[in-house]
Design a protein around this ligand. Structure first.
Ligand code: PHE
Length: 349
């Protein structure tokens, strides 16, 4: 008899808990309140678990019945919680819909501006146009032939490793080969020779390049500007003069360049170009270490490249250089961008 009594009184208690829970849950106005109700009932130390902890003390015959009742209560409370959650979320949405926002209110306009790289490209273009270069744009997705092979880099040549190239999964062309995301703007060299048919050539090709790289001074997509001059009697002093001119115009009147021997397949001789540091003027300081900042590659166009562009290397010579737009931009005085990738992070600050 005692046990039957226990069972019935427990049933009443559970009913009462359910009634209270229903009222409390349906009364909540905020998701945060609802969350604390959830903890109160279903949490580790919550009411349902407290009830289940009584289980060992319950007479054997009633254990099953009691367990079932508590589980039923748990289901009911869970349903109530999720019903109320839906209701509250719906209410929030409705409120947002009716919130009035007057888009015609006057505000202080934010002044937009072009991307820093766009400014740099425009400035570089203008500097070279002043000395007779013609701005062109060539494909950013191009054939292996233009990106490598015509530049004196036969298939499987080790020099290709320098350009960590993305290959595009597309049908290849019998003559021109595979398709790549251009890893440098040098693909414009032979294309420009083909476009003009014969010298004189004074090209400035600016475009996007892609390499498998990413760190503070490299991003997988970046820009290069490529100069190419081909004519009768072009020699290293012409290259050096052009580089000095650019350094003065872009970085400031006191800046100079120097060239160091280097190797590229498509130029002979080849150079690495440095610009004098603007803090110490080439003497060496903490910023630049040895007085000079490395800026990019250059050289005299290799005869094989002229031949690939149907130009007679016995009659004509030329020079070329290819530098990073972001690189010269970050080297410009007053620009303080600690990580090149910030230029492409879409964070307007
Ligand atoms: N294409 C070379 C590079 O990406 C740069 C370069 C261009 C060097 C033209 C020499 C002549 O590093």
């Amino acid at each position: 008899m005692g046990s039957a009594f226990f069972y019935y009184s427990m049933k009443d208690t559970l009913k009462q808990i359910e009634t209270e829970a229903r009222q409390a849950i349906l009364k909540t106005q905020l998701l945060s309140q609802l969350e604390s109700k959830k903890v109160e009932y279903l949490g580790r130390k919550g009411i349902i678990n407290q009830l289940l902890q009584k289980l060992p003390k319950i007479p054997q015959r009633e254990k099953v019945g009691f367990g079932k009742e508590v589980n039923q209560l748990k289901v009911t409370i869970t349903n109530l919680l999720s019903f109320q959650e839906q209701t509250l979320k719906q209410q929030t949405l409705e409120q947002q819909k009716h919130e009035f926002f007057d888009v015609t209110l006057p505000t202080k306009p934010l002044n937009g501006h072009l991307h820093l790289v766009t400014y740099a490209i425009r400035e570089i273009t203008a500097i070279f146009e002043r000395i007779g270069f013609i701005r062109v744009s060539y494909p950013e997705v191009d054939y292996d032939w233009y990106a490598f092979e015509s530049l004196n880099m036969p298939k499987n040549h080790a020099a290709r490793d320098e350009w960590e190239t993305f290959f595009v999964d597309m049908p290849t062309d019998k003559k021109l080969g595979e398709i790549v995301l251009t890893p440098h703007t040098s693909n414009g060299q032979v294309r420009e020779m083909e476009r003009l048919g014969k010298p004189p050539i004074r090209m400035i090709n600016i475009g996007k390049c892609y390499r498998r790289q990413s760190d503070v001074s490299h991003s997988p997509m970046f820009h290069q500007f490529e100069g190419l001059v081909v004519d009768k009697g072009i020699s290293i002093p012409d290259l050096k003069g052009t580089l000095d001119y650019f350094a003065r115009e872009y970085f400031g009147p006191t800046r100079r360049t120097r060239i160091r021997p280097f190797h590229f397949q498509f130029t002979e001789p080849s150079f690495e170009v440095d610009v004098s540091c603007d803090l110490c003027d080439g003497h060496g300081c903490r910023m630049c270490k040895a007085g000079w900042l490395e800026i990019g590659g250059a050289g005299m166009v290799h005869p094989n490249v002229l031949k690939a562009g149907n130009i007679d290397p016995e009659k004509y010579t030329g020079f070329a250089f290819g530098w990073g737009v972001e690189r010269v931009l970050l080297m410009k005085q007053g620009i303080k961008i600690p990580d090149l990738r910030m230029l492409y992070s879409s964070d307007v600050r």
